[in-house]
Write a protein that binds this ligand. Structure first.
Ligand code: COA
Length: 259
């Protein structure tokens, strides 16, 4: 297997972005962010894949930013590193197509923040999710103080942020920040099944659902409902909508073409 710290391949309409530093529990180095940036851009702009799965090789998703990188840098370089990470995470959260993080083992610090920038987190029951930065005398710098409380509420997030409390995948599902793996053997298998189910839907409404979920969260309810109606009317006029309605009435599976 390649020793590149991030790998990319596509299989049956699904793009796989694989963190590949298993000996370091996939710690996020500058090179990892560089490759993540390249691959999320490839998935977004130059690929027919309809959905991506982000996962980690070895025994973890990612145990956070590469702490070794912090030894010799000052605040300015640290800020550069955080900004690079944030740029990559924004590409994941804003990319036109859905991304699923399949989390097993540890998803700590920047690893959890990276997962939080995806549309879905599918978590193994025994996964360990947390923001341990305070233990290092640091603050999370990749959205942990912002994306997490929006998902699970301020007090639970405060517990994870201020006492570095780790939670299990099971707890993450109960708190609404992850989906469980159901009957699947592991998080990756569950994420692939979810990806295949998404890929079978009409692509335009899937993409616009992502837009509505993201933009609606920061808009007034009235503005978000107006946008929903406008985009809904636009989708109603597509060939895929005709096909979906016809297929229902003819009692057959729809054949969507993305038009
Ligand atoms: N940065 C750099 N290296 C890391 C790392 C990180 N965030 N997390 C783990 N590693 C490395 C370890 O140094 C070790 O390397 P080595 O074998 O060369 O010594 C290897 O990954 C395996 O980790 P290890 O600590 O031996 O595994 P463990 O199962 O005993 O513990 C963790 C796992 C995740 C609890 C522990 O590694 C840990 O606390 N990591 C740091 C998590 C963190 O603080 N993240 C936020 C960073 S801002």
């Amino acid at each position: 297997m390649s020793d590149q710290p991030v790998l990319y391949h596509e299989e049956e309409g699904v793009a796989f972005i694989t963190l590949n530093r298993p000996k370091k529990l996939n710690a996020l180095s500058p090179r990892v962010f560089e490759l993540l940036d390249e691959y999320v851009t490839q998935f977004t702009n130059a690929s027919d894949a309809k959905v991506a799965v982000l996962h980690g090789n070895g025994r973890s998703f990612a145990a956070g930013a590469d702490i070794e990188h912090y030894v010799d840098i000052g605040s300015v370089q640290y800020l550069d590193f955080m900004q690079t990470g944030n740029r990559v995470q924004s590409k994941f959260s804003e990319c036109a197509k859905p991304v699923i993080a399949a989390v097993h083992g540890y998803a700590l610090g920047g690893g959890l923040e990276l997962a939080l920038s995806c549309d879905f987190i599918v978590a193994a029951p025994d996964a360990q999710l947390g923001l341990p930065e305070v233990k290092l005398g640091l603050l999370p710098g990749g959205g942990g103080t912002q994306r997490l409380p929006r998902l699970i509420g301020t007090m639970r997030a405060a517990q994870m942020l201020m006492v570095a409390q780790r939670i299990s995948g099971t707890q993450a599902v109960q708190w609404g920040m992850a989906l469980g793996i159901g009957d699947h053997p592991d998080a990756l298998a569950a994420a692939v099944e979810l990806a295949n189910r998404i890929a079978a839907q009409a692509p335009l409404p899937v993409r616009l659902a992502k837009v509505l979920l993201r933009s609606g969260a920061d808009a007034s309810l009235d503005a978000a409902l107006d946008l929903e109606q406008s985009l809904g009317a636009m989708v109603f006029g597509t060939e895929d909508a005709r096909e979906g309605i016809r297929a229902f009435l003819e009692k057959r599976p729809a054949q969507f073409k993305g038009v």
